[in-house]
Design a protein around this ligand. Structure first.
Ligand code: 3HC
Ligand code: NAI
Length: 686
């Protein structure tokens, strides 16, 4: 049963129970329509409370039904039937009233909520717009300005703010069911407010919609849904209810079938699946109640802040007392940045800092549950750190390395309990970047691996399991990105045209701008190490730039020139000259944006397929998450693997063959050819 009805004197309590999040499946929609009919016919019932079992109110339409043809009763009709019910319905909200869930609540005569409830219309985050009256009823209830914010951002509101806006009628402390029944008993005696559909949208000032359009377009960049949602809100304010509903529904159905919606749905489910890898089902993680970080540089400070933000007490260990102070200053600077941007208050920043103890004495770690090492990228230095940790930490403490490229197995060689050791690869800035690559060694115990995933959940990160290879998943693909960008450069493009093409594809920055920002020296160091291993990384121009110490913005020049105090990249004659010299004898092409994007992205997909085949990544969707959450790949493209599948793997193979024929890329790997035959990457695991 998805809906049960219990009579409490004159109040009927309709309880929805459709775990895990009470999504509006076809069965639930039908059950709600049936409940309206049953209670309309019951003269003893004076008012109805709509409440949900489990962790949340209705969290929205059932996203898993979006790939299929819509089945009646359609949600707008369900909401209309509740709105036109003969008895007043009171939505009693706990957890989240999202999307279709909030639309159902808007059909009710009244809305009450617990203080911790959140309410929102997150549809734009799924590449769609509300499809059951959200854009039409909401501006009628809370006015167009607040509705524009809520609908075009997709971000939910807390109950208190919702009360201020008039989105809920009361915030109830104590037991929700009891409070909602008391509320319903009271309102049953008075006349209900007119249905929202009978109200008019408050007037807006001159230029309101034009200004909103500019603001939304600037934020949405190439995402389609926010502007379409705005158009629906405008329609709702400029036309009658029925026409606005029709316009909204048409837009909703059109976007539901769009490529962007499919990509965003893919990411939605991939993110949730990432937190619960099937191979760890039934394995209980260890409790992590305290943590320590070794090394308070760029990464260590960010990791310490991330751990502290999740409520853990943190010890930060550095080499000596002077560097300890620098490490603590690095964390403080992170918090001051957050205060400046209004993300947290000064008192929160102070409280976070107070929970971080700095020191150079490893004896501080005697009772720590988890230690994360973030010292220099040097095997001997890291091994020495772990040797010390083995002698001072509790024998059951989990030890982790944040290495980017070294083999965690080799780092762990001297530790006393290698089964408690794993790689936890954070991304810079670690306090914000969502990706956490979790890298078990051959000896990592399953519950320690599970602890890595539990930690990610605690920190609000997206965990992806990665196997051991040079660069794990993300940085291994990044090497291909950079090499391809140079190949394109040497065959007729310029840094500016390459960067512009990748921005046009949807990346926040092109590969050359990104290198100038992060510094070219780190990659140069990796190439040196690779050459020592007799590998031959391709970077003729980058090598020459590093040889003349053009390391990027920090040295006033890299792929571009920079004026002091100005981060705007200017084309560089020095770089153009080096490119021209290195391009001699190479085939030249005429490049447009699409061809540049293909020449960079599709070889990344090829490398990613090898990564899948080698089981360095377990699922194609995990690779998508790595690129989206670690490297700024546009979410609405669904990640490189989703993009390749949506485009057609046969076409991807054909483009790669064309590039390979001109010496512009490796030929497609055998695994990619096999995946292309099946039309999907999941075939590789079969
Ligand atoms: N449809 C189908 N499944 C959903 C779902 C939905 N709307 N929302 C969540 N789920 C599933 C998840 O995939 C996950 O499944 P799994 O256990 O098999 O992995 C399970 O429910 C639990 O989800 P979370 O792990 O996300 O649970 P949390 O407790 O962390 O978060 C939540 C709960 C805040 C409700 C969160 O799930 C969420 O934000 N859900 C999406 C809400 C949403 O986007 N709603 C709008 C849908 S579009 C719509 O309503 C259109 C309408 O206008 C017509
Ligand atoms: P960093 O140079 O900014 O910081 C390293 C810190 O470690 C320094 O403050 C140094 O004093 C300290 N340190 C060195 N030896 C120590 C010891 N024996 N005991 C205690 N502290 C010691 O380096 P960064 O960038 O923070 O990198 C740290 C690690 O994180 C490296 O392994 C790196 O590969 C990895 N990493 C770096 C990323 C980045 O973007 N910078 C991203 C992801 C991982």
């Amino acid at each position: 049963m998805t809906v049960t009805i219990v009579r409490e004197d004159a109040i009927a309590v309709v309880t929805v129970e459709n775990p895990p999040v009470n999504a509006l499946s076809q069965a639930l929609r039908q059950a709600l329509v049936d409940a309206v009919a049953e209670l309309d016919a019951d003269a003893a019932v004076k008012a109805v409370v709509l409440i949900c079992a489990g962790r949340t109110f209705i969290a929205g339409a059932d996203v898993s039904e979006f790939g299929k043809p819509p089945q009646p009763p359609h949600l707008p009709d369900v909401v209309a039937s509740i709105e036109s019910a003969k008895k007043p319905w009171v939505a009693a909200i706990h957890g989240s009233a999202l999307g279709g869930g909030l639309e159902v609540a808007l059909g009710c005569a009244w809305r009450v909520a617990v203080p911790s409830a959140s309410l929102g219309l997150p549809e734009v985050k799924l590449g769609i717009i509300p499809g059951a009256g959200g854009t039409v009823r909401l501006p009628r209830l809370i006015g167009p300005a607040a509705a524009v914010d809520l609908v075009t951002s997709g971000s939910p509101l807390g109950a208190k703010k919702a009360r201020e806006l008039g989105l809920v009628d009361a915030v109830l402390e104590g037991d929700l069911r009891t409070g909602a029944i008391a509320f319903a008993t009271e309102v049953a005696e008075k006349s209900s407010p007119p249905p929202i559909s009978d109200r008019v949208v408050p007037a807006v000032g001159a230029g309101f919609w034009e200004n909103a359009e500019k603001a939304v377009a600037a934020k949405a960049k190439r995402e389609v849904a926010p502007l379409r949602a705005l158009a629906a809100l405008r329609k709702a304010s400029e036309t009658d209810f029925a026409s606005a509903m029709e316009f909204e529904r048409e837009t909703f159905l059109e976007l539901r079938g769009s490529a962007q919606a499919a990509a965003l749905r893919h990411v939605f489910f991939a993110e949730r699946a990432a937190l619960r890898p099937p191979e760890l089902a039934g394995i209980t993680p260890r409790d992590i109640r305290s943590a320590a970080v070794i090394g308070g540089g760029t990464m260590g400070a960010g990791i310490a802040a991330a751990l502290r933000d999740a409520g853990l007490p943190v010890v930060l260990i550095e080499r000596d007392k002077v560097v300890v102070e620098r490490g603590l200053a690095n964390v403080r600077a992170i918090y001051q940045g957050s205060v400046k941007r209004g993300r947290i208050t000064q008192s929160v920043a102070d409280e976070r800092m107070a929970g971080i103890i700095g020191g150079d004495d490893y004896g501080l770690l005697g009772d720590t549950d988890l230690v994360i090492e973030a010292v220099f990228e040097d095997l001997a230095v890291k091994r020495a750190v772990f040797e010390k940790l083995s002698s001072v930490c509790r024998p059951d403490a989990v030890l982790a390395t944040n290495t980017s490229y070294l083999d965690p197995g080799a780092i762990s060689e001297g530790v006393s309990h290698p089964e408690l050791f794993l790689g936890l690869h954070f991304f810079s800035p670690a306090q914000f970047m969502k990706l956490l690559e979790i890298v078990p060694t051959k000896r990592t115990a399953p519950e320690v691996l599970a602890t890595g995933f539990a930690l990610a959940r605690l920190l609000g990160k997206v965990p992806v399991r990665a196997g051991i290879c040079d660069g794990f998943i993300g940085n291994r693909i990044l090497k291909v990105t950079r090499a391809q960008a140079e190949r394109v450069l040497l065959s007729g493009a310029t840094p500016s045209t390459v960067d512009a093409a990748m921005r046009a594809f949807g990346l926040p920055m092109g590969p050359f701008e990104a290198q100038d920002l992060g510094g070219l020296d780190i990659a140069a160091f990796q190439r040196k190490a690779a050459r020592e291993r007799c590998e031959a990384p391709f970077a003729p121009v980058a090598d020459r730039l590093c040889a003349i110490e053009r390391f990027g913005q920090k040295t006033g020049g890299g792929w571009y020139d920079y004026q002091p105090g100005d981060r705007a990249p200017k084309p560089s004659e020095t770089v153009a000259k080096i490119i021209a010299e290195e391009a001699v004898g190479r085939p030249q092409r005429v490049w447009d944006d699409a061809a540049i994007a293909d020449a960079i992205l599709l070889p990344m997909v090829n490398e990613a397929t090898c990564i899948l085949e080698e089981r360095v990544a377990l699922r194609a969707a995990d690779i998508d998450l790595v690129k989206i959450h670690g490297y700024g790949f546009p979410r609405w493209r669904g990640g490189p693997m989703h993009y390749a599948e949506a485009r057609g793997l046969t076409e991807v193979v054909a483009v790669l063959e064309g590039l390979a024929a001109d010496g512009l890329a490796e030929p497609p790997c055998e695994a990619l050819r096999r995946a292309a035959q099946a039309g999907r990457f999941s075939a590789l695991a079969e």
